[in-house]
Design a protein around this ligand. Structure first.
Ligand code: ADP
Ligand code: MG
Ligand code: MG
Length: 886
């Protein structure tokens, strides 16, 4: 047991290789801060391993453990000169959870433990502060009853609110000792009524109850949801920290606060945080009182009327500032710090690396390299590629006239629009119907995680920049405006009203701008973001480390331009069928499909040729000098056919076919299982003239670009859905035949490659044969995943959650490459290279923009990944990280 409970100062901690693993993040950092000589209230950590023991022991603490906890508590009593449950100088403790990675707000903390009807009197006498003692006791009853006894907190809050109403005051701080005394009685009655037992007076019963509750909270619903969203294994368990209390609620020379060593929204190297005088624990983040800023500057920047800590407590502020500097230097990262001031003495209660927006993550990483705190490699590894997405996301089009109806805090950047909803469940429901929502709440709590995830943006009426809503939204990359005191929400009527008297109902569309804090009526157009200098710098470092090339999936000039600006090194997938849907050509496509003779078909194809050629010219121009993989027609033909009477009528007038003839031909083309039907190269085998037209368009475009003296593009002609050697051979011959013709006609030489998509298990297994004729393989992992599992991506939504819940899938295989699909890719890579050493290998499924899958591609030794334009920077960074982690 001696290895299960550790005093913060224990020498044994030094010998632990990975302290966070054993002590949890909070415990390890509390011990570390102590070691650095910082003021940390004495305490001990019950290690993460005990969590498992607890669950194995029928969710009970065993006797040995109880004994060593009591022993450690003795030690704390000694260090503090107080005694637990003592009637003269009682020791009070907090019981705090602390997993290996921080799960903000996910687990429950209990403060002021050790108070009962007797010790509260002793505390009052000892501190000569009756109000403080009573305030602490009522807080303890609230927290303990909620977390350990399961009495919902609104029971207590309602009592307080009603009491304040009768007394005619606004804030908790307006209540005096007699008020709290009365409320304590009421609280205890509530507990008695709800639990049929008295509130526990035995301090050890309190302590062991609280410790058990922390372990139990590891399996609470909100903890489970958070773990699922953040891929934290449930086997890790949580540690428990028991720490002697310090008090921020003893009067006006006391305070509690949260502070970041740098600005978490924009990354500026200035401390940024909030605090509250005469308050305790979660008051700052809970949003019950609106906190004040730590620095004068932040106060000024936001025109706040409150007094900054810098002004109100100048000495403590200077000390805090020094400590923050030291912590950052030690951890070499931006820290998120919690502190309390008790009678003008500063105490450090937590430090961890701070959550930040993508913008600030990039700035901080680059700045820290400049400050010589970290290396370039470390900087590249610091930024989570997935979060870059938010940097590339739209901002409001400022040239448009907008109707700003309220303002709040710019808690998480990005602009977004959606229908107003007032509950997380409604956000989730509408999300299921593909509708965009803005979740509007007075404040959010961990119960709202699913709604925050489902909503496009979050708006709260209360809470600061470090409130639950703000922290979680930043972590998720959701735009958020918090603490908008200008809105008044009525949950019952499902409306909110602004101070300028605008009424917004559920379902009305609003826009929030998390970068400026504006709330705007209606949908507002947004603009493509501009890429900062820090961002380019970080990307250029990333590029210098990565080996994988990054291409894009694109078929329109606009997307292609965007992708090139984002650093795409070519196109990995240009889907030609998308080019068929344009208004000016769909009729010719339909005509081509319905034609009964080759002559008719060729006539229709001839109409399409100039359009396709033009598309390719534009794309080749933008990608000049880079490779462009063009996939020949892939989807089943019936997808292009007319869907309604008007379309049928239009087609009839062009082709001369009757409506009925068109309908019957459409029926003939209908397939029971089109995904596995007449598509891909199977079309090329049946209707070679379609592929011939496409190849001609590509080659003629190339000749055209040559005439314009553009740097030449290397087209890579990709045959879809190949499963046999014969298919690729026949198709390759076709491509070469057309190329020869175009060369002869123009008297010029054309260079190109012919290859195939690997998207069928047979193709992967027989890769050696296919590689005899293919100069490149591009793994089409969307279809490869579908065909490997035999699961349709479009229908999997209905049951995928059951599969994740039952731990059959860790993660959606359409998001991150599955192991089995990965094995097929490895087999094809090995066999393909064995046959053809020079074969080019890439991936063009959705997975090409997923950092985990990119890591796999890097390990497997592919040459490139290809992803959607906005994922290109994500992929560049992920590819660099994959290389650095090798
Ligand atoms: P979380 O993991 O949600 O951040 P914490 O364990 O950090 O929860 O506790 C929340 C808050 O409770 C802390 O920020 C701090 O203000 C307060 N707190 C915790 N332990 C103590 C203590 N020993 N003395 C004073 N305040 C404490
Ligand atoms: Mg904390
Ligand atoms: Mg495919």
């Amino acid at each position: 047991m001696s290895n299960l409970v550790f005093n913060f100062k224990s020498k044994k901690i030094k010998k632990i290789k990975n302290p966070k693993f054993i002590l949890g993040g909070k415990g390890a950092n509390l011990a570390q801060m102590g070691k650095l000589g910082l003021p940390v209230p004495p305490g001990f950590t019950i290690s993460t391993g005990v969590c498992e023991i607890f669950y194995k022991n029928n969710k009970k603490l065993n006797l040995k453990l109880i004994k060593s906890i009591k022993q450690e508590l003795k030690q704390i009593e000694k260090e503090c000169g107080k005694k637990f449950g003592d009637l003269e100088n009682p020791l009070l403790v907090s019981v705090r959870s602390g997993a290996r990675v921080s799960m903000p707000g996910m687990m429950d903390t209990i403060l002021n433990l050790g108070l009962n009807d007797d010790t509260v009197k002793a505390l009052a006498k000892k501190t000569s502060n009756m109000r403080f003692a009573k305030d602490s006791y009522r807080r303890f009853i609230q927290m303990y009853s909620n977390v350990v006894l399961g009495v919902e907190s609104y029971n207590f809050e309602e009592l307080i609110e009603n009491y304040k109403l009768t007394k005619g005051v606004l804030l908790d701080t307006d209540l005096d000792e007699n008020d709290w005394d009365g409320l304590i009685k009421d609280f205890k009655n509530v507990v008695k009524e709800k639990t049929k037992k008295q509130f526990p007076q035995d301090v050890y019963e309190q302590l062991f109850g609280a410790i058990s509750a922390v372990f139990l909270s590891w399996e609470s619903n909100r903890a489970k949801v958070y773990r699922k969203l953040n891929q934290i294994p449930s086997a890790w368990g949580t540690a428990v920290n028991v720490q002697s209390m310090v008090f921020g609620n003893m009067g006006n020379d006391c305070a509690t606060g949260v502070v970041f060593t740098r600005n978490p929204s924009n990354g500026k190297n200035e401390i940024y945080g909030e605090y509250l005088i005469n308050a305790q624990g979660e008051d700052v983040v809970a949003g019950t009182r609106t906190p004040n800023y730590i620095t004068k500057k932040a106060n000024k920047d936001s025109n706040s009327k409150g007094k900054s800590m810098e002004e109100a407590m100048p000495k403590v502020y200077v000390q805090l500032k020094k400590i923050l500097k030291l912590l950052e230097k030690f951890y070499k990262d931006m820290q998120d710090v919690e502190f309390t001031v008790e009678n003008s003495k500063l105490w450090m209660l937590q430090t961890r690396s701070g959550k930040r927006t993508a913008k600030s993550a990039v700035k901080i990483a680059v700045d820290m390299v400049k400050e010589k705190l970290i290396t370039k490699k470390e900087a590249v590894l610091r930024v989570d590629p997935n979060t870059l997405d938010t940097l590339l996301h739209p901002t409001l089009d400022e040239t448009k006239e907008v109707k700003t109806i309220a303002k709040g805090l710019p808690a998480s950047p990005g602009a977004t629009s959606g229908k107003v909803v007032f509950s997380s469940d409604e956000a989730e429901r509408l999300n299921g119907m593909m509708q965009d929502t803005i979740l509007v709440r007075v404040e959010t709590s961990p119960e709202d995680i699913h709604g925050m995830h489902a909503a496009k943006g979050i708006l709260t009426a209360r809470g600061g920049m470090t409130s639950h809503a703000a922290v979680v939204a930043r972590g998720m990359g959701r735009p958020c405006v918090s603490g908008s005191s200008e809105i008044d929400i009525n949950y019952e009527q499902k409306i909110f009203r602004t101070s300028s008297n605008v009424e917004v109902k559920e379902g009305d569309v609003i826009t929030i701008d998390g970068s400026t804090g504006r709330v705007i009526l209606d949908k507002v157009p947004t603009l493509k973001p501009e890429i900062s200098g820090d961002f380019s710098k970080l990307m250029s470092w990333a590029d210098s480390y990565r080996k994988l090339k990054v291409r894009t999936n694109s078929e329109t000039p606009l997307d292609t331009k965007t992708a090139r600006e984002f650093g795409a090194e070519g196109i990995g997938l240009c889907r030609t069928e998308h080019m068929f849907f344009d208004e000016d050509r769909i009729l010719s496509v339909r005509e081509m499909i319905l034609s009964k003779t080759i002559e008719d078909r060729n006539k229709a194809l001839a109409k399409l040729l100039p359009h396709q050629k033009n598309d390719f010219i534009q794309i080749f121009e933008i990608m000049s000098g880079l490779p462009v993989t063009v996939r020949l027609l892939d989807p089943p033909l019936h997808e292009f056919l007319p869907k309604n009477d008007k379309e049928i009528g239009d087609l009839s007038s062009v082709t001369g076919l009757s409506d009925n003839e068109i309908k019957s031909r459409t029926e003939e083309l209908h397939e029971h299982n089109p995904m596995l039907g007449h598509r891909g190269c199977r079309l090329g085998i049946s209707f070679p003239e379609i592929y011939e037209m496409q190849c001609r368009a590509i080659f003629e475009a190339l000749v055209e670009c040559k005439k314009k003296k553009l740097k030449s593009t290397m087209p890579e002609i990709m045959i879809p859905l190949v499963s046999t050697e014969a298919e690729i051979k026949i198709m390759k011959d076709l491509v070469i035949r057309v190329a020869k013709k175009v060369q002869d006609e123009n008297n010029t030489k054309i260079s190109f490659l012919v290859g195939t998509m690997i998207e069928l298990p047979r193709a992967a297994i027989k890769a050696k044969d296919i590689a005899k004729h293919a100069e490149f393989f591009s793994f089409g992992t969307n279809d490869l995943t579908q065909t490997t599992f035999g699961i349709s991506r479009d229908d999997s939504g209905k049951f995928l959650n059951d599969y994740i819940e039952n731990k059959i899938f860790d993660i959606d295989p359409f998001v991150s490459i599955d192991e089995g699909v990965g094995d097929l890719i490895e087999i094809a890579t090995l066999k393909g290279r064995k046959q053809n050493k020079k074969i080019k290998l890439g991936i063009c499924g959705e997975h090409g923009g997923d950092p985990k899958s990119i890591n796999f591609c890097s390990k497997t030794g592919l040459n490139y990944v290809s992803c959607s334009p906005y994922r290109v920077p994500v992929a560049r960074l992920a590819a660099a990280q994959a290389e650095l982690k090798k």
